[in-house]
Write a protein that binds this ligand. Sequence first.
Ligand code: DQA
Length: 144
Amino acid sequence: MSKVLILNGPNLSRLGSREPEVYGSATYTDLVSSCTALGAELGLDVDVRQTNDEAELISWIHEAVDGKVNVVLNPAAFTHYSYALRDACAMISGSGAKMIEVHISNPHAREAFRHNSVISAVATGVIAGFGIDSYLLALRQLAH
Ligand code: DQA
């Protein structure tokens, strides 16, 4: 079974109660269940994780690089300023694995500081604005 790491950055554990008008009412637990269920249907071994810690997120990217594991990444606010995370993500494509950047909201329709992603240029592709379906679309693409 092909493995996929679904990695979530800061504050995403608060889904459901955090700005529901922006991020919807689905909780982080709902996100984990939906991704795990679709992964099983698609024959993917899905491992969903969340951290508020940039160093931990980077160490998970290193794990993906070393294992040539495909990644679905919601970098959350790190999207907009973490060059360290970007440098780690740049190693994924070099390993032959894929990394899809996902966002629940559409950052381009929001505040100006969210319009730039320092991650997108090293992503295989980007899916944004479809709520937690953004993750499910990414999984379908990786299974494709
Ligand atoms: C987000 C968008 C980011 O701008 C924000 O900082 C997040 C969530 C999204 O999924 O829409 O925390 O990545």
